[in-house]
Design a protein around this ligand. Structure first.
Ligand code: OAD
Length: 259
């Protein structure tokens, strides 16, 4: 990273960090579009990640998300999550926006995470929208899941659904407003582990670039929006981010236990 870019990050008053599936890849949580390992390379999103799919075959969809919840509950945050949590202590204001539906940022010590795509850990009743608490035991499901009937919410009898945003659904209003508002005030945006293919989340990157913010991409591969970035750091986030934190703020990232 050039001296001038380092200086701009060090002098930033407000940094937005936008994360995608790649930030959790080194924790063993699969991404969506990486060749061979990506979920959408193996599974059909139209059968699993739309409201119509859930209506059509609730047990297939619920079982698949239960399998993913099991993976997340058994995963631990990695040095990329720890480095992001450390940046909060170095900069006057940081807004962490994630497309991920896991809680690895929180377990690494980040607070007030803006979850644009919801959370696998917060299902709710389709009918009355009451939150549903999963039983405390972790399901034990084979890779790819198995058919599991979704529970029904005892108060109204409605079916419980995963607390995530599916294709064809809008982003949660408060989170989307908070994300845009943060991007409109930031001096720098770090985009970590996202292919920048899914809208409207990816539009935040161009929005920051248009305003003249420093935009940094951390990714081992090139993405749809390579040209929108002022700086591209190529490599796994678990290596690049701790290095960045050391170079820019002279802070050593401690590993996290994440339980
Ligand atoms: P993708 O799977 O589209 O992209 C993951 C990105 O992470 C790719 O660009 C990889 O190159 C990169 N990557 C892989 N390993 C990495 C590592 N160790 N360090 C850093 N980067 C790494 O995932 P997203 O961009 O998050 O939507 O996908 C966006 C949305 O599409 C998801 O939130 C999900 C999906 O459909 C919903 O669930 C609603």
């Amino acid at each position: 990273m050039k001296l001038n870019d380092r200086r701009q990050l060090r002098n930033a008053h407000h940094i937005v960090i936008l994360t995608g599936a790649g930030v959790s890849a080194e924790s063993g949580v699969p991404t969506f579009r990486d060749k061979e390992t990506g979920l959408w390379e193996k599974y059909d999103a139209t059968q699993l990640a739309t409201p119509w799919a859930f209506r059509e075959d609730p047990a297939l969809v619920w079982g698949w998300y239960e399998w993913r919840r099991m993976l997340i509950l058994r995963a631990k945050p990695n040095p990329a999550h720890a480095a992001i949590a450390a940046i909060v202590d170095c900069v006057p204001e940081v807004t962490l926006i994630t497309q991920n539906i896991d809680d690895l940022h929180e377990r690494a010590g980040s607070h007030a995470v803006v979850h644009l795509h919801g959370s696998l850990l917060h299902p709710y009743c389709e009918r009355c929208r009451s939150p549903y608490a999963h039983p405390s035991e972790i399901p034990d499901l084979p890779a790819g899941g198995a058919r599991v009937d979704p529970p029904h919410w005892e108060a109204c009898g409605g079916r419980v659904r995963p607390g995530i945003v599916w294709f064809g659904e809008s982003l949660p209003e408060l989170e989307w407003v908070a994300a845009r508002e943060a991007v409109d005030r930031c001096d720098a945006l770090l985009s970590v582990g996202t292919s920048s293919q899914v809208q409207p989340a990816a539009s935040l990157i161009e929005r920051a670039a248009r305003r003249g913010a420093v935009t940094v991409q951390i990714n081992p591969n090139s993405t749809e929006l390579d040209t929108a970035f002022s700086v591209r750091l190529q490599g796994p986030a678990g290596t690049i981010l701790p290095q960045l934190v050391k170079e820019v703020w002279s802070v050593r990232v401690e590993s996290v236990s994440g339980s």
